[in-house]
Design a protein around this ligand. Sequence first.
Ligand code: UD1
Length: 418
Amino acid sequence: MDKLIIEGGVPLQGSIQVSGAKNAALPILMACLLADGPVNLSNVPRLADIRTSLKLLNILGCETTFDGNEATSHCVGLKPEAPYDLVKTMRASVLCLGPLIARLGEAKVALPGGCAIGARPVDLHLRGLERMGAEFEITEGYIIGKCAGGLKGAHISLDFPTVGGTENLLMAASLADGVTTLENAAREPEVVDLANFLNACGAKISGQGTSILTVEGVTSLKGCNYRVMPDRIEAGTYMVAAAITGGELEILDCPFQDLDAVSYKLREMGVWLQEEDDYVLVRRANGLLQNVDVTTLPHPGFPTDMQAQLMALMCFGKGAGIVEEKIFENRFMHVLELVRLGADVRLKGRTAMVHGVGKLTGAPVMASDLRASASLVLAGLAAEGTTTIERIYHLDRGYENIEEKLSGVGARIKRVSE
Ligand code: UD1
């Protein structure tokens, strides 16, 4: 298994490129199941989860290619079953459910199950599809869905603005008969990107970016050419990398408008951010950073996917800050590992109290999930001495060429295969 070895203490300097957004590319790939013609996607990040999605598309009846950052998909004969072997490695596989029911009137998709950051059920996805006429039973670890008469437009009010649930329903509603309104829908930029992609294929979706989405169903979707949006979480991670190492980074292709809550918190801590025409400049303003309180919330609130990285930064700040995790019940797996590096973080339920300690010291640590891994990389970049991070396959699910990108701006980081 690969590990990363980081010699900390180098202030990062230079330009760093943001890749296409994993969390936009994954639903867009599943949405290719809805299109009759070929889809050509650009700015697709080369990540393990993307390869898994392409494999799933193949199993479901699409011909695909992946060359550089361009991916193509063409449905040639859809099949309804998404097997457990693939779904278990990537929860986002459940996003094929809406498209399959919409196109075939049936689907058999393995239940994704729990994951390291919490139970993550799909009840809201199913309840929404039921409102549109689908019926489900769960047997032998599979969600078996049927909708003999075809999906009908419906009024659906979500109990919680689930990102994946909103995406599954948007895709299904695009080919339903009649108008669907989705209330309390997720407003995440990646949901907007999916809606824009579907519209480019001929769907009629309006309200994206607000909590009420209206979808006028159409009878078919065609293929299109589409560029995936840049990854706001990767960009936010590199902002923290500049601040935590006391360096200065130009972040290229940074979707700054989607990072308001993150830039607000970073500025409150004393990080200097400046938006230029085609990059965002980031550096620590002066002296020590001031710790702040932060609560994760659905967009436009502070993203749960940046919580672990901000916590790593707070270990180097002055004073105490409270981090409250409101989206996932078990997303503090990085805390014990940060403590191994010398951090002072105390956990109580969904709240962590971080006391800045000014410096961390390198040690062997274990990555437990994607964003936890990113926080350990950040901590390692700023810690004194050597940090070895094991189980970095998590990192490879969400950060394209992370060691090349970071060593390109001066980090002493290398991958070792065992
Ligand atoms: C997506 C992102 C993930 C991000 C999360 C929140 C992708 C591939 N992943 O995950 O990186 O951290 O949004 O911004 O885009 N819930 C239910 N029932 C449901 C659906 C969700 O109870 O049917 C709960 C979940 O358990 C969780 C919360 O709602 O506690 C948020 O989940 P959701 O917004 O659906 O996140 P994902 O789509 O899984």
